[in-house]
Design a protein around this ligand. Structure first.
Ligand SMILES: NC(=O)c1ccc[n+]([C@@H]2O[C@H](COP(=O)([O-])OP(=O)(O)OC[C@H]3O[C@@H](n4cnc5c(N)ncnc54)[C@H](OP(=O)(O)O)[C@@H]3O)[C@@H](O)[C@H]2O)c1
Length: 294
């Protein structure tokens, strides 16, 4: 049995689809099983990585787990490691972050480093997937694109090689189901280096609309992050890291190809497949399709 946490999210849901296609038994952890909309073949356990009792239940009889953490990443990873150790789980694939390789100290890197450390201590063979920014992060632009054909970018405009959630899921499935990835970390990127402005141009081209692009200054983003988290010090370091040109995902890597045997998907494909999100008459409920910061 393979367990997936964060199972209803962008990476987890796609990984489950691919695991079922390959004939694996899958268990999913979700806070709201009744709303999870996962395939009937999936054994859905109610709970979350923040709840040790649900982790104990979820890990019972599990040989391998894809661990996606979306709350207090460090604390949740400690709970996951303890549950995996008790259950004797053989293999853990952790969705970490390329930020762990960032030269600037900041909270996002710290929490993912702590998560990696916890999983290293779990007794399971581990693989760390360290993606750069997801293609789906551009769904943060849906409202302004819908309402006024505009993108206001919060992460600066430095070049980077964003990666598709489909490829992260495929990489996870390879690491879960094939030997040879134990004790290895993979920095996952897409196939091309793009600025946010270039992504905006591609999106506008796909939508057939002329999109205005602007970059929110770091101070403005700090205010927004502080309002959301209440932690100004963390907001300052996180924003400085996101706005830095020295990002570890600046250039494409071969990791997706190394893991999956095929090339990663370009941003244009994501834009084509998700164009409907940006339609001006789109209902508001699609605003739920929003990711976290890197
Ligand atoms: N976005 C990026 O650019 C980027 C880059 C590198 C790394 N990452 C990392 O990728 C991970 C997120 O992966 P993802 O985007 O596939 O996940 P996601 O789409 O945000 O979904 C996460 C799922 O986790 C569950 N969940 C449990 N506790 C939660 C909480 N406190 N808040 C929100 N969701 C919670 C939710 O499912 P239920 O409601 O069913 O429980 C949710 O569907 C994070 O660790 C993030 O740091 C992201």
């Amino acid at each position: 049995m393979i367990l997936v946490t964060g199972a209803t999210g962008k990476v987890g849901r796609e990984a489950i689809r691919q695991l079922l296609d390959l004939g694996h038994g899958v268990r999913a952890l979700s806070r709201r099983p009744e709303e999870a909309e996962l395939p009937g073949a999936v054994d859905v356990v109610a709970g979350s990585p923040a709840d040790p009792a649900s982790l104990a239940q979820a890990f019972t009889g599990v040989s391998a787990a894809l661990v996606v953490l979306a709350g207090d990443v460090a604390a949740e990873a400690a709970g996951v490691a303890a549950a995996a150790r008790r259950a004797g789980t053989d293999r853990i694939v952790l969705l970490s972050s390329a930020s762990v390789r960032h030269p600037l100290p900041h909270g996002i890197a710290d929490e993912h480093r702590a998560a990696e450390e916890a999983v290293r201590g779990s007794g399971a063979a581990w693989t760390f997937l360290r993606p750069g920014p997801f293609h789906a992060n551009t769904s943060w632009w849906t409202r302004t694109v819908r309402e006024r054909d505009a993108v206001r970018c919060w992460i600066g405009n430095n070049p980077g090689a964003p990666v598709d959630e489909y490829d992260i899921a495929s990489a996870a499935v390879a690491a879960l189901t094939q030997d040879g990835h134990e004790g290895r970390s993979y920095l996952l990127t897409g196939p091309e280096t793009l600025t946010s402005q270039e992504q905006t141009r591609i999106l506008g081209d796909v939508l057939g609309r002329d999109l205005d692009f602007s970059v929110a200054p770091a101070e403005e983003v700090v205010e927004v992050f502080t309002e959301i988290t209440g932690d100004r010090a963390a907001a300052v370091t996180n924003v400085a890291a996101l706005h830095s040109p020295e990002v570890p995902w600046a250039k494409p890597t071969t990791s997706v190809r190394d893991l999956t045997g095929r090339e990663p998907r370009p941003y244009r494909r994501w834009a084509v497949e998700n164009a409907a999100l940006f339609a001006p008459d789109r209902p508001d409920r699609l605003d739920r399709v929003e990711g976290r910061a890197v």
